[in-house]
Design a protein around this ligand. Structure first.
Ligand SMILES: Cc1cc2nc3c(=O)[nH]c(=O)nc-3n(C[C@H](O)[C@H](O)[C@H](O)COP(=O)(O)OP(=O)(O)OC[C@H]3O[C@@H](n4cnc5c(N)ncnc54)[C@H](O)[C@@H]3O)c2cc1C
Length: 368
């Protein structure tokens, strides 16, 4: 039995950052990951787009970036095209997540890979975790194990509502860089919208990497009966068809994105971070920065409450700090999402505004 102060379940961006910061603050910490990360990390279905500020903040090496992006092109299926300027990067998640996990182990966190959490129970003041190869115990648990969070399922936390889940389909298409640049530009990523057609509550995307295009489609569960058929319709839009002509399909992966925050994010020394807590932007689907921020806030909360002797205030403190940082606006965005996707006219008005305003600004200034 390995005994630790903190066990972090899941070595995605949330888990790795939680483990790194906990180790930096002097806690003994164990990071459990069910997959084999090997030398190069493991594949995860994701657009892999992020703001340049995040790349700079974590000093992510430029040679690991697949594409530097300057522009977001927003296509409406009726033919309108909008564009949004802003520097960003497109990365493969195996490289990005592995970089963060290496930061955690360098700081002193113990990584146990190929180690899947099977069960978790509270015995007296500690959590006992049975994993595929060994058993562990700790006072605190950080559930950073993604949208399906086996940790929170075993602890019987309430599940996400169906309308708070987006089903995505991702296809990785291999293609030479020259063809990608000619077809999609060398510094642009493309989003596609259209309520009345095949994306009633979500969007689709073409995110070029160095020598592949990530083709994706995501829609609120229950809004569509045959997702695969709708995804195929997207592949047949002339621009999409032309962009992936002669490209080789290397992967096809369905995955969920949570679009609504869990009803609780803390209970009895267990913290939900990242996708496990539903901490994703409900308009853009961006989740990586929120996973990392919530992880940092969870560890800061533990440290602060222990230092001040206010351990009974941990849940309240975690929620308050999250609210101040980003949670309050994420919740407003969840409501606002229903407004944007009312009809195509509303959607187009939103896209028009989104060219020059952040979505938070559109909400807070009531611009739509
Ligand atoms: C198709 C798609 C496209 C996306 N595109 C973007 C994008 O372009 N930009 C962006 O910012 N966000 C994007 N997101 C969202 C982003 O991927 C997530 O928000 C982010 O990965 C959340 O990080 P996390 O650390 O909370 O969870 P995850 O990254 O899901 O990590 C969870 C980890 O837990 C591990 N795990 C699960 N169960 C167990 C277990 N029982 N025991 C041990 N380990 C376990 C998993 O193997 C995994 O490594 C996208 C998501 C999808 C599905």
């Amino acid at each position: 039995m390995g005994n630790y102060d903190i066990i972090v379940v899941g070595a995605g961006p949330g888990g790795s950052i939680a483990a790194k910061i906990a180790a930096d603050k002097g806690y003994s910490v164990c990071l459990l990951e069910k997959e084999d990360l090997g030398k190069d990390g493991r594949y995860k279905a994701c657009g892999g787009a992020m703001a340049w500020e995040l790349i700079e903040k974590i000093k992510f090496p430029e040679d690991k970036i697949d594409r530097v992006v300057e522009k977001l092109i927003l296509h409406h299926i009726d033919g309108e095209i909008y564009s949004k300027q802003g520097k960003g990067a497109v990365i493969w998640r195996n490289k990005f997540d592995k970089f963060l996990t290496d930061m955690a182990t360098t700081s002193g966190a113990e990584l146990k890979q190929n180690e899947e959490l099977i069960d978790i129970k509270k015995v007296k003041s500690d959590y006992k975790i049975s994993a595929s190869k060994s058993n562990y115990s700790a006072k605190y648990v950080i559930a950073a194990d993604g949208v399906n969070s086996p940790t929170l399922r075993k602890l019987k936390w309430k599940k996400f509502n169906k309308e708070d889940l987006i089903l995505t389909i991702t296809q990785e298409m291999e293609l030479d860089k020259k063809s990608i640049d000619e077809r999609l530009g060398n510094d642009e990523i493309h989003l596609f919208f259209g309520i009345k057609d095949f994306i009633p509550m979500g969007y689709a995307w073409l995110f070029p990497k160095k020598d592949a295009i990530t083709v994706g489609w995501g829609n609120q569960i229950g809004k569509i009966k045959h997702s695969k058929r709708e995804f195929t319709k997207f592949l047949n839009i002339p621009l999409v068809k032309q962009s992936i002509k002669n490209a080789k399909l290397i992967r096809y992966t369905p995955h969920l994105i949570p679009m609504g925050v869990r009803s609780i994010l803390y209970n009895d020394n267990v913290f939900a971070v990242g996708d496990a807590g539903g901490l994703v932007d409900p308009i853009s689907g961006k989740g990586i920065p929120y996973a990392m921020m919530s992880a940092e806030i969870a560890i800061q909360t533990i440290k602060y409450c222990e230092k001040k002797g206010k351990e009974e205030k941990m849940g309240e403190m975690y929620n308050k700090k999250l609210d101040r940082s980003f949670l309050s606006i994420l919740k407003q965005k969840r409501e606002f999402r229903n407004k944007i996707f009312q009809n195509d006219e509303k959607l187009k008005s939103f896209l028009e505004l989104w060219q020059t305003h952040r979505s938070s600004e559109i909400i807070l200034k009531n611009l739509l």
